[in-house]
Design a protein around this ligand. Structure first.
Ligand SMILES: [Fe+2]
Ligand SMILES: [Fe+2]
Length: 367
């Protein structure tokens, strides 16, 4: 019978960002497995896809910070396997590579119980199970089965994810993160944490909470529809930054970026839309946003563009349909936006038009 001489515990993920529960589950798994080597494997970010908010290098750097106080730090390595392949990598490919590299080792793969349901749909699950044991970090309501290839940790791990950690970061709540990760995120402005802090200081609590609601929805829609979630986040964060300014200040600021426009004339017809131009000007001059697509989404989010980009559609729809909105159609449009952005966008424009007609205001769009 074959004798294995060592154990390797593998922990893969997007780590976007790495949070306390990653460290906790990995510590408990290491206590159980007693490995000789722990490999944390951040997933690769394709330059053509927008699945992650932070770049590979940023996530790798955050991961190093996250493990600065890790109990098993001396046997931990961060694997650049996926980054070196520079393409989508499946777990079975990682395991095949490690098996060739460490033929004498036994392999363990740590995953949350939330992934168990989809495991059978992974590529070559039988290969994975034939070559390594799965260590499960149970979430609430998980019931371990009898299959010996799965080992369950004894504790239950709270159901929080990197996406909820990112949302909290925007509202200045870093409680889900190890302190060194928090410091790195703030100092490098990863996830626009600095921008969010500045924004929160220049608007009312109510406006900021609307801004955060739009951020969450815009990012979720961007991820769902293959748009750049970082651009969606930045546009959503800044879209209403000038909304609460006095009209005169809005006109002055907007005129600095949109020099040929007559904002005084527009103020007579539709004063409520000037904040979108002032917001884009503020983003450009005071937040150093030079990305034309982001600026264009901000400068059209209220009155709408005639030929909106996907990002503009996402921001305008998210702004209308964010959960804090009271409009009777907001919820319906929000749900529809996940199945069809196009249809939700058309419904949203129709609802806006109707609203303006009832109020006797100018009909969209101006752009
Ligand atoms: Fe607005
Ligand atoms: Fe808004």
């Amino acid at each position: 019978m074959e004798t294995k001489t060592g154990r390797i515990l593998i922990f893969g993920g997007s780590f976007d960002p790495p949070h306390k529960m990653h460290i906790k589950a990995l510590t408990d798994a290491a206590k159980l497995v007693r490995p000789d080597l722990i490999l944390a494997v951040p997933s690769w970010q394709s330059p053509f896809k927008y699945g992650h908010w932070a770049s590979y290098e940023q996530r790798e750097s955050l991961l190093k910070k996250a493990f600065s106080d890790f109990k098993f730090r001396s046997i931990l390595r961060i694997s650049r396997f996926e980054a070196e392949r520079k393409r989508k990598t499946y777990t079975w490919q990682l395991i095949r590579y490690l098996k060739n590299k460490h033929p004498e080792h036994e392999f363990f793969f740590l995953m949350g119980s939330d992934l168990i349901a989809s495991f059978k749909k992974w590529k070559r699950p039988d290969y994975i199970l034939a070559n390594c044991r799965i260590v499960i970090a149970p979430r609430e309501n998980f019931r371990a089965g009898k299959d010996k290839r799965f080992i369950s940790l004894k504790k239950v791990y709270p159901d929080f994810s990197s996406s909820s950690a990112r949302e909290k970061i925007l509202s200045g709540d870093f409680s889900l993160l190890p302190p060194a990760v928090k410091r790195e995120i703030i100092s490098k402005d990863i996830y626009f944490s600095k921008t969010a802090m500045r924004i929160s200081k220049v608007m009312s609590e109510e406006r900021f909470s609307h801004t955060l609601a739009v951020c969450s929805l815009a990012c979720a829609l961007a991820e769902r529809h293959g748009a750049d979630s970082k651009k969606a986040l930045l546009a959503a964060l800044l879209h209403d930054c000038a909304k609460e300014w006095p009209l005169e200040k809005q006109i002055r600021k907007a005129s600095l970026l949109f020099k040929d426009r007559d904002f005084r004339a527009l103020a007579g017809k539709a004063p409520g839309v000037i904040h979108q131009y002032a917001g884009a000007a503020e983003a450009f001059f005071n937040f150093s946003v030079k990305d034309k697509e982001v600026l264009s989404a901000i400068s059209g989010h209220s009155c709408g563009k005639k030929n909106p980009s996907k990002l503009s559609k996402i921001l305008e729809t998210a702004d209308f349909a964010s959960p804090d909105r009271k409009h009777p159609l907001s919820e319906k449009i929000r749900k529809k936006a996940f199945s069809s952005l196009e249809n939700a966008f058309l419904d949203m424009r129709k609802a806006k038009k109707e609203y303006l007609r009832k109020k006797g205001l100018e009909i969209l769009p101006y752009e």
